[in-house]
Design a binder for this molecule. Structure first.
Ligand SMILES: [Zn+2]
Length: 918
């Protein structure tokens, strides 16, 4: 668009009464240097009058850099899925900007006390500025912070003879990341601008305030980037971690928005705190809170602290920097989601106010950092000294990660740890530790290193909330009050990846090299060229990647339902068989290349006569065809479930899927697809309508494979669809806990089959009629009597549970005895009876159920032996349900093989494929 037209449009859209008051001051009393361009000069409007697009943000930062090149420098640090630039700006005094490289190198020295002893550290600290990273806009529809970022940069560069700004620039290197999630930001901005009318509308119901699915919060693959700091799955966070490790900012602030009716939140955070944070870090939070309070009081802004936003889950942006020794904080501003909104108390909140609050909090934070420069530097160095000390004196001296059944998952985990800045060693020769031999390639993570607390929090099988918090939480639950657990209570990566972790009490002796950051370690071809077939052992992420790549090349591949032994190797069930007959002549070369790229090992054989198990011509060796995969999209699907399923298939396994709006499933050419994924979601029946439901049923009947995730499983049981007879359970009642389960108590669906509880009102009572008198002797009885007749189970706060795998079954091929899965919410299903289908995976007995995290005692009693994965043939097709979403945040790689089995092996076991059920 040329300049004339663009200014014309801006004029139209910003002709709001709000913009009429020219005298508005963001930091009252400041005069600004006219040589530094204002937002109006570059983009045509004043701060807070429009929501700036990503392109506008980049343009303004570059304009500042062009005008004040001695005090601001803009860096690229990566690209989003949609190709938008990720940038950050360094704002500093001329002297500091000139020596950024030297500052970085000093910080690197300071970060490793093993190389930099105390005296040397003191010398370095004396000359170092405090580095502060201000991170804006991680949630794309939390719109005020990126505009506040532009204002903060302008203020620091342009404030004339301003003591505070000068002091900040003298003592602090300010790193400004104006928008961490450009794709989500622009999704919001485009929608908002398209929805606007003559003037900004304050009605919360106005379409400009009501984003359609999926909203602008998430990135392209609909990930909440503020949960991605554990497995670093998305480019926005993975790249941010890379730059943070160059700077180790002493202070990191992540600026968000919350509900319109709230005020402003800043540190200290609420309980519970992660136990791997230090008391010094918790104390320092108060310094920042107090100074913010000073300015907010002076300007008359409301705020709250120590409520709601906790510091337990380490996957937030405002968590990760804690674990290298920085101070990390969340700030939250009440959201306008537009330019003005009417709150429930009838007051108007303007976008400009919200921009101002985040701007003032940003400057106040920098003031605190400047005033505490020496303390913060010293704390950072101390943190890393004590981490090493603790790592060398605590009982666990190192974690060993042997490469087991899914060696590719272990490789990826080691790669992720290296990206986090953890020192990981890889064995170059076999070694012994505590009576066990470990193979070449085993990873070892020593604890005596500066990242010790990050290692513990990412790898420990259990990180516990403090007892006082748990007791208070149980008390709240009893009174049916809201839980104060903000996110999940478990995240241990080895558990989520379903790989072995060994805690060793001594440092292993052997021959090691530094592990690389690579997430895929190349696999090898053995026994090529072969005359009969090539085998790829199933059960690993690497074999999954090789399968999808081979299918996309139209290679002919079979998969064995039974284990087999050949060329001296034991192959698990699911093993891929590439027969030379029927495949291209260059099969060996292609597979060798795929082995390198995917990490899978390939074994050639010159005989179809296997040593043990089934031959390649057996009916148990089924053809796996290249499926066309459709996936329900848009409402009513949960965007995070839909996004994660698409991400796992497309980006972890390189296989395309076709998202189809759920409402269009009744018109889409379903017949062209072999697999349909229904992500989590309630309301499929309404979206599809009667004709859509009928069409779906016919499609499965004629041979389609339907895979439902999480809450979508309930839709399979919809009476009109009738694909699976599965029902959700109500909460356990105390009176029933002791009784053995009967068909009536276990089959009671949500909302139905209610039985009268402890003497309360069971049957309907006619008007005027009375019920028999009761005597309530104790408070416990009182609680029983007042309990609702039908209640869903209490919502699990997010714990990692163990599920047992049904052996010798096509859907569980390649798996061991158990998998771990993240369970949240209140959906517990009754197991299928033998004539209703097969429970392919089900939760472990109570004593083995919880692998990590916190689970209510009632859930512990009710979950055992309840199904995780169920399946049933329907007509010529296949129905598969995961009662828990297997792709949670794309961090439970341990569930990938089950998911791949459903999608790629499922169609091979439909009657449409010629397969006959046994
Ligand atoms: Zn947010």
């Amino acid at each position: 668009m040329n300049r004339v037209i663009s200014f014309f449009l801006l004029g139209v859209l910003s002709s709001a009464p709000l913009c009429a008051q020219k005298s508005f001051e963001f930091w009252p009393g400041t005069t600004y240097d006219p040589k530094v361009p204002t937002l109006r000069q570059v983009l045509g409007y004043d701060p807070g009058d429009r929501v700036t697009s990503h392109a506008g943000i980049v343009r303004y930062m570059e304009a500042l850099a062009a005008a004040a090149p001695n005090r601001i420098k803009v860096f690229d640090y990566g690209e989003t899925w949609e190709g938008r630039k990720l940038i950050y700006a360094a704002v500093a005094s001329e002297a500091n900007l000139r020596r950024l490289a030297a500052i970085k190198s000093d910080i690197e020295k300071l970060s490793d006390p093993r190389k930099t002893p105390e005296a040397e550290a003191r010398r370095i600290m004396a000359g170092l500025p405090a580095v502060v990273w201000l991170s804006y806009g991680v949630h794309g529809n939390e719109i005020s912070s990126p505009d506040a970022a532009l204002l903060a940069a302008y203020h620091l560069l342009a404030a004339h003879n301003d003591k505070l700004a000068d002091d900040i620039l003298a003592k602090v290197v300010v790193l400004i990341d104006p928008t961490q999630n450009p794709d989500g930001r622009d999704r919001f901005v485009h929608y908002f601008d398209a929805a606007r009318g003559l003037e900004p509308d304050s009605s919360p119901a106005a379409v400009e305030h009501q984003e359609p699915w999926p909203g602008g919060r998430t990135n392209h693959y609909l990930f909440d980037l503020n949960r991605d700091w554990i497995a670093l799955t998305q480019p926005e966070i993975r790249n941010q971690v890379k730059v943070l490790r160059e700077w180790y900012p002493l202070v990191y602030v992540d600026l968000h928005e919350m509900g319109a009716d709230s005020t402003y939140f800043f540190s200290p955070e609420a309980d519970p705190f992660n136990p791997h944070l230090t008391s010094g870090q918790r104390e320092s939070l108060k310094l920042f809170g107090h100074n913010n309070a000073k300015w907010f009081d002076q300007y008359g802004f409301d705020y709250f602290t120590r409520e709601n936003y906790d510091a337990f889950y380490p996957g937030y942006g405002a968590s990760w920097p804690f674990y290298y020794g920085g101070i990390a904080m969340t700030y939250e501003q009440a959201s306008v989601r537009g330019l003005v909104v009417r709150r429930s108390d009838e007051t108007l909140l303007t976008f400009r106010d919200t921009v101002r609050h985040h701007f003032v909090a940003s400057i106040s934070t920098l003031e605190t950092a400047a005033a505490n420069r020496e303390k913060l530097l010293n704390d950072f160095y101390r943190y890393r000294v004590t981490a090493i000390d603790e790592g060398s004196s605590e009982p666990v001296k190192e974690y060993i990660l042997p490469r087991g059944r899914d060696a590719a998952a272990t490789d990826k985990l080691a790669g992720i740890l290296v990206e986090h800045g953890v020192e990981v060693k890889r064995a170059t020769a076999p070694f012994h530790a505590e009576g066990r031999e470990y193979a070449v390639g085993t990873y070892v993570v020593p604890m005596a290193q500066p990242s010790k607390r990050l290692i513990r929090t990412l790898l420990d099988p259990q990180v516990s909330m403090d007892d006082k918090f748990i007791a208070a939480e149980e008390a709240r639950r009893k009174l049916k009050q809201r839980s104060e657990i903000y996110d999940v209570t478990a995240w241990s990566l080895p558990l989520l990846f379903n790989v072995e972790l060994v805690a060793a009490s001594a440092v292993s002796q052997g021959s090691f090299e530094a592990a690389k950051a690579a997430r895929v370690v190349p696999g090898e071809m053995h026994g090529a060229p072969a005359t009969v077939a090539y085998l790829v052992p199933w059960g690993s992420a690497a074999a999954g990647r090789l399968l999808t790549a081979a299918l996309r090349q139209d290679l002919k591949v079979h998969s064995s339902d039974k284990p087999l032994e050949q060329v001296g190797v034991k192959f698990p069930s699911g093993t891929l068989v590439f027969k030379t007959a029927g495949n291209p002549a260059d099969l060996a070369d292609r597979l060798a290349r795929l082995a390198r790229e995917t990490g899978a090992n390939v074994f050639g054989t010159n005989s179809g006569w296997v040593d043990e198990g089934v031959n390649f011509g057996s009916r148990y060796v089924v053809p796996v065809r290249r499926p066309a995969i459709a996936m329900a999209w848009d409402t009513p699907t949960s965007s995070s479930s839909a996004g994660a399923a698409r991400f796992v298939l497309e980006r972890q396994y390189g296989y395309p899927v076709t998202p189809v709006r759920a409402a269009a499933l009744n018109s889409a050419e379903l017949a062209r697809f072999q697999v349909l994924i229904l992500p989590e979601g309630t309301g499929y029946a309404q979206s599809l309508g009667a004709s859509g439901i009928q069409r779906l049923k016919e499609w499965v009947q004629s041979g389609g494979t339907i895979v439902a995730l999480g809450s979508a499983v309930s839709f399979l049981a919809d009476a009109r669809l009738g694909l699976l007879e599965i029902t959700q359970e109500n909460a356990l009642k105390e009176s029933e806990e002791k009784k053995p389960p009967t068909s009536s108590s276990s089959a009671a669906g949500a909302g139905g089959g209610a039985t009268a509880g402890g003497g309360g009102r069971g049957a309907a009572v006619a008007p005027g009629e009375r019920v028999p008198g009761t005597s309530i002797a104790t408070e416990a009885d009182f609680e029983k009597v007042t309990r609702a007749n039908t209640e869903p189970p209490d919502s699990a706060p997010g714990a990692i549970l163990r599920a047992r795998i049904r052996p010798d079954f096509w859907l569980t091929a390649g798996l061991g005895e158990s998998v771990n899965v993240m369970v949240e919410g209140r959906a517990i299903y009754s197991p299928l009876k033998a004539d209703q289908g097969i429970n392919a995976a089900f939760f472990e007995a109570a004593d083995k159920l919880v692998a990590s995290g916190y689970l209510w005692s009632e859930n512990r009693k009710q979950m055992p032996f309840k199904p995780l994965v169920v399946t049933n043939n329907f007509g010529r097709g296949m129905v598969i349900g995961f009662t828990v979403d297997p792709n949670f945040r794309a961090i439970q790689d341990g569930m990938n093989v089950l998911f791949l089995n459903a999608i790629f092996r499922g169609p091979a076991h439909t009657r449409a494929s010629g397969f006959e059920e046994r």
